[in-house]
Design a protein around this ligand. Structure first.
Ligand code: GLU
Length: 457
């Protein structure tokens, strides 16, 4: 078989969202799986709704997600130009072919595509006008995902509007022919267009590509398709929030595809090896933000320290968290590495670590009330301060041993010291272990915080 050529054909009329990214990804995966070519084609014929800004967003998002295109804008190729707005001469040439073959005609200023078959005038009650019905055979689509689909086109349709602009169906098919596309992998919302497209391919005497219509992505809650306006829909938001592209890509792979075992977290090379179109589910996928957060967390967890620290720094910069950025780099590193296993996305870091970088952190009033209501927290904290003044701060284990020793002497347990100590040095009841907190904050800062807190009791 000849080399697979697939294309992602976005219209730059809005923000780049989960649905588009998933369509791009399935095309890219199929190209990589088959050793084929992944083409990026920009369907920017709608001048009123296109924008360069949205187009740049498509390039940036694909690049960020690691979906490099083999042919397309910015990289070129043998079948360009790759923006429909630059392909007018090609459309003119193809339109002429249809006229020459007697398959196009003008009516009311527009150009119509002529179906083959016996024609009869009938009155359409619904549209309240006479229409010409064509006794056409159904188009049979052997969809790689949907299975066999039959649809009939029984009316001629417009291919160039009266304002001279070619219609989507026409340019889409012309480009698929001219760019030698072998497989059309796209959203199921386009299934209803496919019979028109098949008619056009046949009229041009071109081979009909293999179709694969990907099921919809349903919104997180309730029925209906996820849209750009839904929470969690935009790719750039994940980028800003410090999600890892590899986690997002892994999550996107599973929106409609699975390796047919229980695995979810998989390296992309493994997905490429296993990905195939018949393996895509027929049923709709549901967007699950919790699952994405979980996926991201597990990818964050296994990042090498240097990369995690670098990504963390970029995130503090994005969020303009200046005290952390001004801190000693070695201290910054320790703090963020301590938080690495605790966060779902990098965006949580500045708030999660705020108390490490300022002495003006707030004490959570509710937590304070709860902690102070139990036992003798003042006495415990005083004992702890005495201990920490001379304790070995070199490792978590050393600190833990010291506190346990103190607790044993007093006939208490580690848990009697922990909540109030945490409250005093961090103002909260959650975070890294207190032994790590003490060690990273260091003796001086820890004691100063405890002393200050004791003064408020
Ligand atoms: N421009 C169309 C879209 O964004 C492409 C349809 C197709 O892939 O054929 O939906």
């Amino acid at each position: 078989m000849s080399q697979v050529r697939v294309r992602f054909a976005p219209s730059p009329t809005g923000f780049f969202h989960i649905g588009s990214a998933r369509t791009a990804l399935f095309n890219w995966l199929y190209a990589r799986h088959t050793g084929g070519v992944f083409v990026l084609r920009v369907e920017d014929t709608d001048q009123a709704r296109n924008s360069e800004e949205f187009l740049n967003l498509i390039y940036d998002s694909l690049t960020w997600l690691g979906m490099n295109w083999d042919e397309g804008p910015t990289v070129g190729g043998n079948y360009g130009p790759y923006r429909q707005s630059e392909r007018a001469p090609i459309y003119k040439e193809y339109l002429q072919k249809l006229f020459d073959a007697g398959r196009a005609y003008e009516k009311d200023g527009a150009v119509w595509f002529k179906l083959l078959g016996e024609r009869t005038e009938v009155y359409d009650d619904h549209r309240k006008k006479a229409v010409t019905k064509v006794a056409n055979a159904p188009a049979v689509i052997e969809d790689q995902i949907r299975g066999r689909v039959e649809r009939i086109e029984d009316e001629d349709f417009v291919i160039v509007r009266s304002d001279g602009n070619p219609v989507f169906h026409f340019v889409n098919v012309v480009d698929d022919i001219a760019m030698k596309i072998t497989h059309v992998i796209r959203g199921e919302d386009h299934l209803s267009n496919t019979s028109k497209h098949v008619e056009l391919f046949k009229a041009f005497g071109a081979p009909v590509p293999v179709y694969a219509h990907i099921p919809l992505i349903l919104k997180q809650n309730g029925p209906g398709k996820m849209s750009k306006r839904d929470q969690g829909a935009l790719i750039e938001d994940y980028q800003k929030r410090g999600f890892l592209p590899e986690a997002l890509v892994n999550f996107l792979c599973l929106l409609g595809w699975s390796p047919k075992d229980d695995r979810e977290k998989m390296p992309i090379a493994e997905v490429i090896r296993l990905f195939d179109l018949p393996g895509v589910n027929q049923s709709n996928a549901r967007f699950d933000e919790k699952k994405l957060a979980h996926m991201n967390m597990s990818y964050l967890l296994e990042l090498p320290a240097d990369r995690f620290v670098a990504l963390a720094r970029a995130q503090y910069e994005r969020q303009a968290a200046t005290p952390a950025l001004a801190a000693d780099p070695a201290y910054f590193r320790e703090v963020v590495l301590l938080s690495q296993p605790k966060i779902k996305a990098l965006e949580e870091l500045p708030a999660y670590t705020a108390y490490f970088f300022t002495e003006e952190f707030s004490i959570d009033a509710k937590v304070r009330e709860k902690v102070l209501a139990k036992g003798e927290p003042g006495a415990r904290l005083t004992e702890l301060a005495g201990l920490l003044a001379t304790a070995d701060f070199s490792t978590d284990a050393a600190i833990e041993e010291a506190i346990k020793g103190l607790a044993m002497i007093k006939g208490l347990s580690f848990g009697d010291y922990q909540p109030v100590a945490r409250l005093a040095v961090s103002g909260t009841n959650a975070g890294p272990s207190i032994t790590s907190l003490f060690r990273v904050l260091g003796r001086d800062r820890t004691l100063a915080r405890i002393t200050r807190f004791l003064a408020t009791l």
